[in-house]
Design a protein around this ligand. Structure first.
Ligand SMILES: Nc1ncnc2c1ncn2[C@@H]1O[C@H](COP(=O)(O)OP(=O)(O)OP(=O)(O)O)[C@@H](O)[C@H]1O
Ligand SMILES: [Mg+2]
Length: 507
């Protein structure tokens, strides 16, 4: 192999029961480049990276992978071997142990030792050195469970960096990062690149590909569609490579006609239930109409998630303020109560709250909706399956059938299952916390269409989103939050990225 390429993937095929996850994939990665990989949910991106890391050492592979100047043995690789060879990976799903400290997590399985045991002083000082070197504002002694998701993701990245890798693989690293943290990560990657580290960068955010990568490979249905220098590509070209067709518009128009007010929140304040001295919502007021999509914009940590989980009765302890449903004051005290009132929430952290991974798609989707299929205490399985299939089809959930366990689905397809579950519950008020995170462009469009359908049928929707384009594209009104407060509600004539950012950052 010529010395220009650090990695040469040749004709790799990987099959799972009922699925060809990778189909004759060949990609060459140049030494020292940042190589982006994109493609729809289930295209095979994570599977390819897992093979490199040795996570799927079993099963049938075909093909060869050359790394530096030797061939990687695909059959009996271990994760440790991959680390020793200099291949580090930041997984799509967080893999940290919540009850351990940052330092323990960073060196898990390769703790520095003294003659008698673990050398804790060295473990913590080495961790702190790495954190400081990359200017990560994280304490090596902090318990991971006390960090926000953004910092958890940064810890995961620090862990990979601590391996002094020659190749760093990042699988959707920015899904939980704030804009500021993303900028920071981009800086880190540029520094690594200047030191000759090669990086493989998987993302659904096209803007990141243009911002950071040198070359991009598009996968679709397990096959390589194209590998090209990024400056030869446009956003439209990338999208059509990804989905195999042209997409005319990113946001479907819809025909929403907001009606009478259904929900009103007046100067709501709430504290962290575990720490009553910490006020998490410091005054939020808004109303919501039937058939309306109300967008909530704001930076990470602005209180968006806290506000909606408090409304859903799941998190905050309300200290003052009022919530009215149909002009009647309500005191929501649990998620169950909230669902009985017709309020549902698609949670931000879908793995934690949304899905039973060992159960199949069918069960997961219909779990919350069994009452829809019960007649005289008997469940009508045919109706249940019909309805579930309909939603699975609409959202393009990629799976051999509805009876495979959710843990075998790709990250994005797991998300679609959770969304299907809540869309099907047809509540009166549907709250969606960052519903399209990790979802590919084609499926995003389908989700928007379903949201329009629901709104046209009178359902009121609250949508949190970190993507300004999305809030602007889909909302009837936009509420902006910062520092735990609602800062005002914008009408369409004032939908403007700069205006929203100014409100979101100003105090
Ligand atoms: N352990 C497994 N058992 C069975 N099928 C699997 C397993 N892991 C992955 N698959 C299947 O392989 C295909 C590729 O999945 P993969 O996770 O690589 O997709 P991806 O491109 O990373 O998607 P996403 O953008 O949603 O993360 C999917 O159809 C998935 O269901
Ligand atoms: Mg993936």
């Amino acid at each position: 192999m010529s010395n220009d390429f650090i990695l040469d993937i040749r004709n790799v095929t990987k099959r799972f029961p009922g699925v060809v996850a990778l189909d004759d994939v060949s990609i060459k990665i140049k030494r020292g480049e940042i190589h982006g990989i994109c493609g729809e949910n289930g295209a095979g991106k994570s599977t390819l990276m897992m093979i490199l890391k040795g996570v799927h050492p079993w099963g049938s592979y075909e093909g060869q992978i050359f790394y530096d100047d030797h061939e990687l043995k695909l059959e009996d690789r271990s994760i440790r071997q991959a680390s020793e060879e200099g291949i580090a990976i930041v997984y799509q799903e967080l893999t940290l142990v919540p009850n351990m400290t940052v330092g323990e997590n960073v060196f898990l399985g390769r703790e520095p030792r003294t003659k008698t045991g673990i050398n804790w002083n060295k473990l913590y000082s080495d961790t702190q050195k790495i954190l400081d070197k990359y200017h990560l504002d994280i304490d090596a002694n902090a318990l991971v469970k006390n960090l926000g998701v953004g910092k958890m993701q940064m810890t995961e990245i620090a862990k990979a960096l601590s391996e002094n890798a020659k190749i760093l693989i990042l699988d959707e690293p920015t899904s939980a990062l704030s804009e500021e943290e993303i900028v920071h990560l981009m800086e880190i990657l540029k520094t690594l690149k200047s030191h000759g580290v090669t990086c493989i960068y998987i993302t659904h955010k096209l803007s990141e590909l243009f911002r950071i990568t040198d070359t991009v490979t598009v996968l679709r249905d397990g096959r390589v569609i194209t590998t090209q220098p990024i400056d030869k590509l446009t956003e439209d070209a990338l999208i059509s490579h990804m989905v195999g067709r042209k997409i005319k518009e990113r946001f479907p128009k819809g025909n929403r006609k907001p009606g009478k007010e259904i929900l009103r929140v007046e100067d709501l304040r709430a504290v962290d239930p575990d720490d009553n001295s910490r006020e998490v919502i410091k005054g939020a007021s808004f109303n919501l109409r039937e058939g309306e999509i109300l967008g909530i914009a704001g930076l990470m940590g602005s209180g968006r998630t806290e506000l909606v989980s408090t409304l859903f009765g799941e998190y905050g302890r309300i200290t003052s303020g009022k919530i009215y449903l149909d002009d009647q004051e309500v005191k929501i005290d649990s998620a169950n109560h909230s669902m009985r009132l017709g309020i549902s929430l698609v949670p931000e952290d879908r793995k934690k709250y949304g899905l039973v991974l060992i159960q199949d798609i069918q069960k997961n989707i219909s779990l919350a909706n069994l009452d829809k299929f019960s007649k005289w205490f008997k469940i009508d399985f045919n109706a249940e399956i019909k309805k579930t299939s309909e939603f699975a089809e609409k959202l393009e959930i990629k799976a051999p059938n509805l009876f495979v366990a959710c843990q075998t689905l790709s990250g994005g397809n797991q998300q679609k299952v959770v969304i299907a579950k809540w869309l099907m519950s047809e509540p009166r008020v549907l709250i969606m916390d960052d519903p399209t995170r990790g979802i590919d462009v084609g499926a995003k469009y389908e989700i928007y269409k379903l949201m329009n359908d629901l709104a046209e049928n009178g359902i009121a929707i609250i949508m949190i989103s970190s993507e300004l384009e999305e809030v602007i594209g889909m909302s009837d009104r936009i509420m902006v939050m910062s520092a735990g407060k609602s800062r005002g509600i914008l009408e369409p004539k004032d939908f403007d990225q700069e205006k929203i950012m100014a409100m979101a950052t100003g105090y």
